[in-house]
Design a protein around this ligand. Structure first.
Ligand code: FAD
Length: 388
């Protein structure tokens, strides 16, 4: 038994994810990468398998999965299709603060339908003006009695833009308030006016529909606000951030694992005409395979240890949380680079999916928290300096 195998109570959902990854996601991953078409069909299948509500408690119709299970599910999906896994991860992280902070109206309106797989959610935090500095919001809503007017709400790179029904969004409610003094909302697409402000044509994660969006109209305080006005830092961020970080790591780990499997397939299948021997028999290639495996196992051990701590204690060291993201992305970048190298000209010319894995991994280094910002923050923490 491997150190990383799911435990008995984790197995049903992880195996369901493995089946879906192999039987549904993999068959269309190259096509949606090529056409940049949002993989709606995959989400219909994820809903049928009960995975869209995997973390929601069973009393509301969800699966009540622990964090390690969620990590393994997302990682298995990413092995087959990075785009679908990233959209799914954004859905899961967007609803994490919702089900944990929901009032009675929100449970009925959103949490139960989410558990039943009837709604898709996403995260809309980044803004074009502040980019990777995602702790700074400029979008603004004006309080109007028991509602909020969305006066200037422009979000950049909204994964699943237009396809999601719910958008988890921090917004300034007071233009004079300082950084971090935001109010979190679940913007209900059906209740507001919205526009997609540009096409998504990413280098990787091409099926993600990660376009900029503008929201206009009014949100109701009781129905759409998560926690208190100005409650972002104290109430919402503490339940959002750990889950968001560990599931970013899950996606990148899955991309690396998918590329590793693809590389094994290539080196065992590529036979030389003169000797009849294949690439896998060459010791230099065997060493590369070992190097990739080591990188994967090392990072997986770190990610699963932090996930286990989140399950056991409900919290983990914030430094470790951001480090999992960078460690997993750098593993994905390293593994896909080596895989492309041993994949030779055939892989470069598109004979297999390695190019897609390489481009998907590259998204990780510029998605907030970016690898640069993580290193900067870890350095500052280590030096006893303020992170921001
Ligand atoms: C595929 C994809 C999907 C996304 N999906 C979502 C989503 O669903 N929701 C969402 O909210 N956002 C999403 N984003 C946005 C993402 O999280 C970032 O906000 C965005 O990529 C920042 O881009 P930028 O060009 O503005 O970066 P910039 O802020 O211009 O940064 C450019 C580069 O400079 C580096 N840099 C910046 N400051 C420093 C510094 N002080 N020291 C060293 N280096 C620094 C950054 O790390 C980055 O590599 C997505 C992005 C991508 C690529």
């Amino acid at each position: 038994m491997s150190l990383f195998d799911p435990l008995d109570h984790q197995r049903p959902l992880v195996e369901a994810a493995e089946r879906l990854a192999e039987q549904v996601l993999r068959s269309r991953a190259d096509e949606v990468d090529h056409t940049a078409e949002f993989p709606r069909h995959n989400f219909d299948e994820l809903a049928k398998a009960g995975l869209l509500g995997m973390r929601i408690p069973q009393k509301w119709g969800g699966q009540g999965a622990d964090i390690r299970t969620a990590v393994m599910v997302i990682e298995r999906l990413a092995r087959a299709c990075g785009s679908t896994a990233m959209c799914f991860k954004m859905h899961c992280e967007a609803i994490e603060p919702l089900w944990r902070l929901a009032n009675d109206e929100q449970v009925e309106a959103f949490v139960k339908p989410l558990a039943a797989g009837k709604l898709l959610a996403t995260t809309a935090i980044s803004e074009a003006g502040t980019g990777s500095h995602t702790w700074v919001m400029q979008s603004y809503a004006t309080r109007a009695g028991d509602a909020y007017d969305l006066t200037e709400v422009h979000k950049g790179w909204v994964t699943s833009s237009g396809h999601a029904d719910l958008y988890f969004t921090p917004i300034l409610h007071d233009k004079t308030a300082g950084v971090g003094n935001y109010t979190a909302f679940m913007i209900e697409k059906a209740a507001v006016d919205w526009t997609i402000d540009g096409a998504w044509n990413g280098l990787g994660m091409r099926a993600n529909a990660s376009s900029p969006m503008t929201f206009r109209g009014q949100l109701k305080a009781h129905r759409h606000r998560l926690g208190d006005e100005g409650g972002w830092q104290k109430q919402v961020f503490p339940v959002f951030m750990p889950f968001s970080m560990i599931t970013f790591a899950a996606v990148y780990l899955g991309i690396a694992e998918g590329a590793f499997a693809e590389a094994i397939g290539h080196v065992t299948g590529r036979t030389y005409g003169d000797t009849g021997s294949n690439l896998a028999k060459l010791d230099g290639i065997q060493r590369y395979i070992g190097e990739m495996r080591l990188s994967l196992d090392r990072t997986r051990a770190f990610v699963m240890a932090v996930a286990a701590q989140l399950d056991a204690d409900g919290a983990a060291d914030p430094r470790h949380l951001i480090e999992t993201v960078c460690a997993a992305d750098e593993t994905a970048l390293e593994v896909t680079r080596i895989a492309m190298n041993i994949g030779g000209g055939k892989s470069y010319a598109g004979a297999n999916a390695l190019g897609r894995y390489l481009r998907d991994a590259q998204a990780g280094s510029v998605m907030a928290p970016t690898d640069d910002m993580i290193k900067l923050r870890v350095g500052r923490i280590s030096l006893g300096l303020p992170q921001f």
